[in-house]
Design a protein around this ligand. Structure first.
Ligand code: KG4
Ligand code: ZN
Length: 335
């Protein structure tokens, strides 16, 4: 039995978790900074790193005591080293180094995007890994289609050429006057709206960019529509705008994922990252893709440390051991 403490501070969540054998969650503590950043309408990096410094130790202590474990019970410490905000990543990496050094535990630097993928198998009972798999990673900073040919082996198929999917949700949410973060706010408003109320553009992009994405044209179309409506009416039809925007994002993501899954003959598909919490997206991808689709439990879609510990398990199995020179990598790619 391998018990790993995971630590995550790449963005605006301070998180720690203990996971057994990459599957069973003993504790999963997430301290969100959403309230701190909401007044800025987005993440304020300096505020984020300071909040991580204040919260990281209580969060780790909470994760250890909730798991009913002592330090001698751990087998390794896994920490997100990138991609993410440099100052925020530093807090997690330096804390992990201190703990690993003090307790003579192996240290594992983890790629945040890879961790999102492993969230799909946390707590899943009937799970066997079969490669090749396709992963759609949709978060606040990334929109990537990746072919996973083995643990730790990734081939980049395509990604966004402008805004990330989550970023588009956040920007349109702000435009519609919805609370930050925009993703969950738009999903909630969309439930009361008509997805066919406005026909917003879908960017399909031709070969050789058929696996890439673009959301800036969609964002501009929503801005123009809002400007037109503001001339005609005092109250914006927010639910219709939210539903029509969400429908455009979801259709492109689901269709391109299904096309890539067919083109590369994958055995299964994984949906990961904060935007994968979106029920309309989960439904659309599951029905568009021919073959099994794995989605993380909703609570594990957005940033958490259980996924970091789960990923750490497979990295440890593959022989990864990082030295004290392991550093943060704000632009770390997956493939
Ligand atoms: O993975 P994540 O927690 O952090 C990053 O690594 O970026 O993703 C956060 C992003 C935000 O842009 C947020 O608006 C979006 O995920 N998000 C959603 C939903 N929940 C979170 N987008 C659409 N629908 C949701 N339910
Ligand atoms: Zn993330």
């Amino acid at each position: 039995m391998i018990r790993i403490l995971g630590i995550e501070t790449s963005c605006d969540e301070t998180a720690a978790s203990v996971v057994v054998d990459g599957r069973e969650i003993l504790s999963n503590i997430v301290a969100s900074q959403i309230d701190l950043h909401a007044r800025y309408g987005g993440i304020f990096p300096e505020v984020a790193s300071r909040a991580h410094i204040e919260t990281i130790f209580p969060v780790i202590q909470d994760a250890m005591s909730t798991a009913h474990l002592g330090w001698d019970d751990l087998d390794a410490i896994a920490v997100t080293r990138g991609p993410g905000l440099a100052g925020s990543l530093l807090v997690g990496v330096n804390t992990a180094k201190g703990l690993a050094l003090g307790r003579a535990l192996p240290l594992l630097g983890i790629n945040h995007l890879e961790a999102h993928i492993y969230a799909a198998w946390l707590s899943e009972t009937d799970f066997t890994l079969e490669f090749p798999m396709l992963a759609l990673i949709v978060s606040g900073g990334h929109t990537e289609l990746v072919l996973m040919t083995d643990h730790g082996s990734y081939q980049y198929l395509g990604g966004t050429i402008d805004d990330a999917a989550g970023e588009a949700f956040d920007k349109v949410g702000r435009l519609l006057g919805l609370p930050y973060p925009g993703g969950p706010s738009i999903e909630e408003a969309a439930q009361r709206g008509d997805p066919a109320a406005y026909r917003f553009p879908r960017a399909w992009l031709d070969a050789p960019h058929q696996h890439d994405f673009s959301f800036s044209g969609l964002k501009t179309a929503v801005i123009r529509q809002v400007q037109r409506l503001e001339k005609e009416t005092d109250t914006l039809p927010v639910p219709d705008l939210a539903a029509s925007f969400q429908a455009a994002v979801v259709e492109v993501l689901a269709t391109k994922t299904a096309r890539a899954a067919a083109a590369f003959g994958v055995t299964s598909t994984i949906l990961a990252g904060g935007v994968s919490a979106n029920l309309a997206l989960r439904k659309a991808v599951t029905s568009a893709v021919n073959g099994p689709v794995h989605t993380p439990p909703i609570a594990l879609c957005t940033d958490n440390a259980a996924m970091v510990a789960a990923c750490g398990y497979w990295r440890l199995q593959s022989g990864q051991r990082d030295g004290w020179d392991m550093d943060v990598a704000p632009g770390l790619p997956l493939a």
